[in-house]
Design a protein around this ligand. Structure first.
Ligand SMILES: Nc1ncnc2c1ncn2[C@@H]1O[C@H](COP(=O)(O)OP(=O)(O)OP(=O)(O)O)[C@@H](O)[C@H]1O
Ligand SMILES: [Mg+2]
Length: 361
């Protein structure tokens, strides 16, 4: 007798099935509510609402047919279950959503620390601003804020009444706990205070109308991630990974986390993709190469592009001059510009810019 299937293998198989409403696979679209496996018997619950139930029926049948092909599966039943009325996860009772004046809030995240989230977030934000978009950059890393160093900002923001003005830099509006308190103070804060600080940086900062905001997420899947998922209608998440296997496993966790909270994963960026020798231009694939692309394919999310490992990227970050602004013609800046254009094409297509818009019928 063959070994029973696992949730993991079944979930992977379901990535072959496309949700016609979103164009994404049913897993990425967040439609797979539950998979139960008992021996060779498989039960799948697919989320839908009444309006889409008829359209989902062929998808339901496809799911049954697809899973029946998996080794060890004897019988499959797929059912449609009602969508919860609120988009998940709902804002805690009585607390309004934050950042409602921002056209699209995009989280830059990873499952693991040190893969270059902040570097990607800063340069992606600069590249979006260079496209003419009103762009904000929020540092959601309360314990280890990066923006003061990476943007070269060490002054305190101004107050207007009880509201804080973001600091302008490199064509962006930026806010970080590091602008407000010193690093040691931030380090000793714990869970509830992290949430409070993050909420204040969204709710009490005078961001004004923005087309797009990039949020530099802290590593892992903790309080800040929960706060963002609960309090902000995120337009999507960009997951950063390095090409190594171990980092990719973490990227997978990052993708899952956003799928669980129904935040669309815009795609995967491979950072430190290859080493480009500044002397001779030789390209060395230190960590292997293309791992993130293959992983994106496996996870059913888009591969948004690769960023080379370049001493200039690090030194420009350390000098507080993001390379996307300091050397816009460089290969690194071009890589960020291409990723920004791709991200905006995905978001802009779905979301109108903030502010009044003329509707042409
Ligand atoms: N493509 C790159 N080329 C060269 N150096 C890079 C590149 N990307 C990131 N770095 C460097 O790697 C270090 C870690 O990057 P960064 O701080 O952006 O990572 P992170 O994922 O935000 O880390 P954390 O999880 O601590 O928030 C920094 O010194 C940064 O300058
Ligand atoms: Mg960081």
């Amino acid at each position: 007798m063959s070994t029973p299937p696992t949730q993991e293998t079944l979930r992977a198989a379901l990535r072959d099935i496309v949700d016609p409403a979103s164009g994404q696979n049913v897993v990425a679209a967040g439609l797979v509510e539950a998979i139960e496996v008992r021996g060779g018997l498989v039960h799948v619950a697919l989320l839908t609402d009444r309006a889409h139930a008829a359209a989902m029926e062929p998808v339901r049948r496809d799911v049954e047919r697809r899973l029946a092909q998996e080794p060890g599966v004897m019988n499959v039943t797929a059912v449609l279950t009602a969508h919860k009325p609120q988009p998940e996860p709902a804002a805690p009772q009585g607390r309004p959503r934050l950042l409602t004046d921002v056209g699209a809030v995009i989280a830059v995240a990873s499952g693991k620390g040190g893969v270059g989230k902040s570097t990607v977030a800063v340069n992606l934000a600069v590249a979006l601003a260079r496209m003419g978009l009103r762009t904000g950059l929020l540092d959601a890393d309360i314990y280890g804020p990066s923006l003061p160093r990476m943007l070269g900002l060490n002054r305190k923001p101004e107050l207007r009444g009880d509201r804080v003005l973001p600091l302008p830099a490199w064509g962006l509006q930026a806010m970080s706990i590091g602008f407000l308190v010193d690093e040691e103070t931030a380090m000793i804060w714990r869970g509830p205070m992290v949430m409070g600080a993050l909420e204040q940086m969204m709710g009490q900062v005078e961001w004004g109308r923005l087309d797009v905001m990039i949020v530099d997420m802290p590593p892992g899947t903790g309080d800040a991630q929960l706060t963002m998922a609960q309090r902000v209608a995120l337009a999507g998440a960009v997951i950063v990974s390095t090409p190594q296997d171990v980092a990719l496993a973490d990227a997978r966790r990052g993708v899952r986390m956003f799928e669980r909270t129904r935040v669309p994963v815009l795609g995967l960026v491979e950072n430190m993709s290859f080493f480009c020798c500044p002397e001779c231009g030789h390209r060395a694939e230190i960590f292997g190469h293309g791992g993130a692309k293959a992983e994106a394919h496996r996870l059913g999310v888009e591969f948004l592009g690769e960023v080379p490992l370049l001493p200039d990227i690090r030194s420009s970050c350390d000098a507080g001059e993001p390379i996307a602004a300091a050397a816009p013609e460089s290969a690194a800046a071009q890589a960020f510009a291409a990723i920004a254009a791709r991200v905006w094409a995905k978001i802009g297509a779905a979301k109108p810019a903030a502010g009044p818009r003329i509707v042409v019928s």
